[in-house]
Design a protein around this ligand. Structure first.
Ligand code: PMP
Length: 334
């Protein structure tokens, strides 16, 4: 184990308080969740990084959102690969090897006693000065937050579907900061979300520079037309979603014709069905675009089949990393 992780073992203190309550006696006050920051686990209220970190000052860093279901981290390998690829593209040296990162994530989930979790893995450029030059940042910082996952778009989204606008904010261009890096700069998603909120919609679809539909603020788009499933290709400015990739495979396993192809707003409004995919959102039906109902405005039957099949896939330990058993052996095998 690296010195990074062994250093952290020193902070293995209990994060609970025993209070003496009159007539009841000793009472255990619930533990605060712990957050990993650079080799140490601290209660959420005390976990912090410097205000001089370029992740904060310039959005200079990368991250991943990951899910664990029933004690298994779903598609962990794929998320880790994207994290390290994003970091490589911005010349950010992650101070943990993938193996040590895996151990740190597993340990954080264990310390929080979670089986089902949303995991946020953040790597910032680290502490520098107020200039933009990343060479001033001597060491990147790693943050791991784990918590229960609240349903994206609310509890009823999967039954009823959600609505979107088409935002005036474009996705990142390849020759700007590129859409493929999952960076800490989410301003275009934030601005598009604000537009959606102003319009009373649940979310926003963003277009690429040529006016083709790219994706929603934190999810990838799929539409169904005449029994076939379509999704925009990487060249439409999408983040290469881990869930998207799994859904493409799943749809093909279910014998649907699955086509990656440029889609226009017209294609979406005239689709038979549509849905969005993402780690937190999973599969969410899309039933209204720009106030126009997609088909009859109800969740479509193919969307339902995909949603049901995805529930089975995410529960399959084959697709993930078990948290509570044999982690060392599994890490060694990676
Ligand atoms: N697009 C964007 C902009 C996102 O932030 C996300 C969430 N990571 C997605 C798509 C979906 O990707 P994934 O399935 O890997 O969560």
């Amino acid at each position: 184990m690296s010195s990074e992780l062994s250093r952290s073992n020193r902070s293995r203190e209990p994060f609970y308080t025993v209070l003496w309550v009159r007539r009841l006696g000793p009472c255990l006050v619930v533990k605060e969740p712990v957050v990993y920051v650079d080799g140490e686990w601290n209660p959420k209220s005390r976990a912090s990084i410097s205000v001089f970190d370029h992740g904060l000052l310039y959005g200079d860093g990368v991250f991943e959102g990951i899910r664990a279901y029933n004690g298994v981290i779903f598609q962990f390998k794929e998320h880790l690969e994207r994290l390290y690829s994003s970091a490589k593209s911005i010349r950010l040296q992650i101070p943990l090897t993938p193996e040590d990162m895996t151990r740190a994530v597993v340990e954080t989930i264990k310390r929080n006693g979670l089986k089902d979790a949303y995991i946020r893995l953040v790597v910032t450029r680290g502490v520098g000065d107020l200039g933009v030059d990343p060479r001033k940042c001597r060491r990147a910082s790693v943050i791991i937050i784990t918590q229960y996952a609240d349903p994206a778009f609310g509890a009823l989204a999967k039954q009823r579907g959600i609505s979107v606008i088409i935002s005036s904010v474009r996705r990142d261009a390849v020759d700007a900061t590129t859409h493929e890096i999952k960076s800490l700069n989410y301003l275009n998603s934030v601005l598009a979300k604000l537009e959606a909120v102003d319009a009373g919609a649940d979310d926003a679809l963003m277009l690429d520079r040529n006016g083709f539909v790219s994706e929603a603020t934190t999810t990838n788009l799929f539409i169904v037309k005449k029994g076939e499933i379509f999704t925009p290709p990487s060249t439409a400015g999408i983040l290469p979603g881990v869930t998207r990739k799994r859904i493409i495979r799943l749809a093909r396993d279910l014998d649907y014709k699955m086509v990656e192809k440029g889609l226009t707003p017209y294609d979406v409004t005239n689709a038979d069905e549509a849905f969005l995919t993402g780690t937190l959102s999973e599969v969410v039906p899309l039933v209204k675009v720009r106030g126009i109902e997609i088909a009859d405005g109800k969740v479509g039957s193919i969307t339902r089949k995909i949603m049901e099949a995805f529930v089975k896939v995410r529960a399959d330990p084959k697709d993930g990393l078990p948290i509570y058993q044999e982690t060392e052996r599994i890490v060694a095998r990676r």
